[in-house]
Design a protein around this ligand. Structure first.
Ligand code: FRU
Length: 524
């Protein structure tokens, strides 16, 4: 059952102007528990130092990612009134580099009857909607209106002509209503060959997406359906559809349909899958039947890509929600809940069998956060563990680029955020040919039984080497293996003092071919 059909918390006080003095008075009279929001310090235990988090309150999916006039916009599912899901509205921030964010007021609030669920945003360059002018193209957000009183979801639009600072709902909303209860998360893009807008939107419980087209963003015509396909155990949410180059086949491209799986993804609970295929302006057709996962960790969901990244840049960029519905409401952070993943740039690569797979790389902009650099010379890793902390390889916010030679070890790897009884293990099981991330011992985990876990993904390492690109933050680890072919995103909640790093080998000796470490600056 989708989480939001579950009964809402019985009563939630709305933050109206009068509530603060009343609550304060009540606090004195009867120690009323709901005091004012704590001031964020950005140094709170577990506060990510270079991942996006709202200052306070609950966040889930990234929404409306669009680049315009020098700014990356990040909207996000936001509850302005508390640290649990509810009152869904679009929070908003802008950044020149997807790392250093300026927090802006809520862009699209819920209304009395309709919550603002996930969706996308575009620059309407030709003013097809008529909301702007030729010389001032409007930004148009396309999102799902979720009706509180009846089982209905329909697509809404809102527009801005002041660089996204203020938004006006379209008076003709909804613009697409099929009378369905689970019909959500529209992602819209401009299909230049036919000069039209295309929307991909999920029919969640049917495990399908529908494609629609429009000339003006206001009136939409059905084009085609895709699915059920791939993994259909969990519901489908937050689709995206885009074309990418195949990096090892010059001149070739494919279309990628990304769709999230709420409930039965590869690592359990929420996760993303993708289909590689062809899109002719009307229908998407996949060229494979197997299920392909976007990320093998438990914490990468509802990713969508940025619209309107300038052609001279040319990258397809995205972020995902660094969380999982299974335990999202229980993670031990305060006064905010949830982070977005690192921004990643996407491409495709044909593997040894000729299958075309998604490749994700952390964006180059991250290099601007690098501070202290240390490099270790190549050295053997005898069976056992080698603590590197004394050599200056340590940190709670850092980047590691590591190359391991498997040698005759059965397992080789790296431990990060190591301390008193704590470690997060990033390893390679040579016998089973699996890369893995083990967070059983990563730190706080009692808040939910499904949190402590081990995640794995097939990785061939046929040349006897494993290359890992690792980003460690105060409450997460993101691992990119095999030059972006495999990604693992994981939250962790270690003690702030657990900042050690080790390498280890089991069942034989391995070798550290190279290790580079940078401590990373805080963006706050
Ligand atoms: C995905 C999702 C979307 C929905 C939003 C509601 O995490 O369930 O399908 O639009 O969250 O907050």
């Amino acid at each position: 059952m989708p989480h939001y059909i579950m009964p809402f918390a019985p009563l939630r006080l709305r933050a109206a102007a009068w509530t603060a003095p009343v609550l304060l008075a009540l606090a004195f009279l009867s120690a009323w528990p709901a005091a004012a929001q704590p001031e964020p310090s950005y140094a709170e235990r577990y506060r990510p130092q270079y991942h996006f988090t709202p200052a306070v309150n609950w966040m889930n999916d990234p929404n409306g990612l669009v680049w315009f006039d020098g700014e990356y916009h990040l909207f996000y599912q936001y509850n302005p009134f508390g640290t649990r899901w509810g009152h869904m509205s679009w929070g908003h921030a802008v950044s020149p580099d997807m790392l250093r964010w300026e927090h802006l007021p809520v862009a699209i609030p819920e209304t009395d009857s309709v919550m603002a669920f996930s969706g996308s945003a575009v620059v309407d360059w030709n003013n097809t909607s008529g909301f702007g002018a030729e010389d001032n193209p409007p930004l148009v957000a396309i999102y799902t209106g979720h009706y509180r009183e009846r089982r209905l979801q329909a697509q809404y639009i809102a527009w801005s002509v002041d660089r996204g600072r203020t938004w006006t709902p379209y008076e003709g909303n909804p613009v697409l209503d099929e009378g369905m209860a689970d019909f959500r998360d529209p992602k819209v893009f401009w299909y230049a060959p036919e000069e039209k807008w295309v929307m991909v939107v999920a029919l969640s419980v049917d495990r399908k997406v529908h494609l629609y087209s429009s000339k003006d963003l206001k009136s939409w015509t059905f084009l085609s359906a895709f699915g059920p396909a791939g993994n259909v155990t969990g519901i489908w949410e937050c689709p995206d559809l885009f074309e990418l180059p195949v990096e090892n086949r010059p001149g070739e491209t494919r279309w990628v349909l990304d769709v999230d799986n709420g409930g039965a993804a590869v690592a359990g609970g929420s996760g993303g899958q993708y289909f590689v295929g062809h899109f002719d302006g009307t229908a998407f057709e996949a060229e494979h039947e197997d299920t392909r996962w976007v990320d093998y960790g438990k914490d990468f969901y509802a990713a969508i890509s940025w619209s309107d990244v300038p052609p001279e840049d040319g990258r397809r960029l995205w972020v995902g929600w660094l969380n999982n519905w299974t335990y999202a409401g229980d993670i031990p952070t305060d006064p905010w809940r949830s982070a977005q993943s690192l921004p990643r740039s996407l491409s495709l690569r044909a593997d040894a069998l000729g299958d075309i797979r998604l490749v994700q790389r952390p964006v180059e902009e991250l290099q601007t956060l690098r501070e202290t650099h240390r490099r270790l010379d190549a050295r053997p890793i005898a069976e056992g563990e080698q603590d590197l902390t004394a050599e200056g390889i340590a940190g709670a916010a850092m980047e590691l680029v590591v190359e391991l030679e498997i040698g005759d070890a059965s397992e080789v790897g790296l431990k990060v955020r190591q301390g008193e009884g704590e470690e997060t293990v990033i390893g390679y099981d040579a016998l089973r040919k699996k890369a893995f991330v083990n967070r059983y011992g990563s730190g706080e985990k009692e808040f939910h039984p499904a949190f402590a876990d081990l995640f794995e993904a097939s990785l061939d390492a046929s040349d006897g080497r494993v290359k890992l690109h690792v980003f460690v933050d105060w409450s997460s680890v993101e691992v990119f293996a095999d030059d972006g072919a495999v990604a693992f995103s994981s939250q962790i909640f270690p003690s702030p003092d657990s900042d050690g790093v080790s390498v280890y080998a089991k069942g034989g000796a391995a070798r550290l071919a190279s290790l580079d470490m940078w401590t990373l600056a805080s963006v706050w």
